[in-house]
Design a protein around this ligand. Structure first.
Ligand code: SAM
Length: 280
């Protein structure tokens, strides 16, 4: 199918949540000396020009990263994410926005590695060019679900997998749960993060229910909604499911999510939640 292009959405509220959580996960991995590996199944283009016609069409970033940037201060939990942002856009700038691969690359140490899968020919070409000559980064034009089979478990035996599908077809909601289960069987000790959209009252609820029934343990959920559930069609918010989260991530998110909600949904039409979908 491959009609989804992330350039239309870069820097929106969902990217803010996803990339803030991603940075927290990588910072936790950095707290131990041993090298780690980062694997991404649906990597996108790597970096986005917020002045491009695609990004300007709905200017989604204005209600996302634009609102974060407009704050006088920000919680320490956002420091890694905002540093990755500064590294591509320049302090206070907003012309370029880092996709998840650039956020992750900013947080790798010299012995850490990352593997990126992207299937769209144009986004794959942009991603490959973005990391050309970078010996710590491998870019593959591969189906991300095949990538989970090919690249797990990683030689480092510690690290993070981000699964960020476009959910263009309804079946993808089932596909991600099956793929996560299979990946977890191959590598049970890895950290896994799955992004999902909140579109209506049932679609994501079914995804979460399927995850509960999948038998996975230690499943944490962080969700942020910026529009009312009974509002017009479209994305109301998004969430991140984290399997094997680092110690105390739940506490960090419990403090961060209300701040993000205040900033990204100043009229408080949506809401947030952080809960253990499945405990130990
Ligand atoms: N993770 C990126 C970020 O946060 O910057 C955004 C990724 S975007 C939501 C999803 C990407 O998955 C798109 O670039 C799309 O081309 C790609 N894609 C779609 N199906 C895929 C598949 N089966 N395997 C790998 N990539 C796929």
């Amino acid at each position: 199918m491959l009609s989804y292009r992330h350039a239309f959405h870069a820097g929106n509220h969902a990217d803010v949540l996803k990339h803030a959580v991603l940075a927290l996960l990588l910072e936790a991995l950095r707290s131990k000396q041993a090298p780690f590996r980062y694997l991404e199944t649906h990597a996108g283009a790597g970096v986005y020009d917020l002045d491009s016609p695609e990004a300007r069409r709905n200017a989604e970033h204005e209600q996302g990263i634009g609102r974060i940037r407009a704050q006088a201060g920000s919680p320490p939990a956002l420091a890694g994410y905002l540093a990755a942002l500064d590294a591509v856009s320049g302090p206070g700038g907003r012309a370029r926005y880092p996709g998840s691969p650039r956020v992750a690359r900013h947080l790798l140490r010299p012995d850490d590695r990352m593997v990126l899968c992207e299937l769209h020919p144009a986004d794959h070409a942009l991603l490959r060019a973005e990391f050309a000559g970078d010996r710590q980064v491998a870019v593959h034009r591969t189906d991300g679900y095949q990538g989970l089979k090919a690249f797990l478990p990683p030689p480092e035996r510690r690290g993070l997998v981000l699964i960020d599908p476009p959910y263009e077809v309804k079946d993808e909601y089932r596909q991600v749960v099956a793929a996560l289960g299979a990946a977890h069987r191959r590598w049970p000790t890895g950290i896994y993060a799955l992004w999902y959209p909140v579109l209506d009252t049932t679609t994501h609820a079914r995804l979460l229910q399927d995850l509960v029934q999948s038998g996975l343990r230690r499943v944490l959920l962080a969700e942020l909604r910026v529009r009312p559930e009974d509002g017009p069609r479209g994305m109301k918010g998004s969430g991140m499911v984290i399997i094997n989260p680092p110690w105390r991530l739940d506490r960090t998110l419990e403090a961060l999510l209300p701040w993000l909600w205040d900033v990204l949904d100043p009229e408080h039409r949506g809401g947030w939640r952080m809960e253990w979908l499945v405990p130990e």
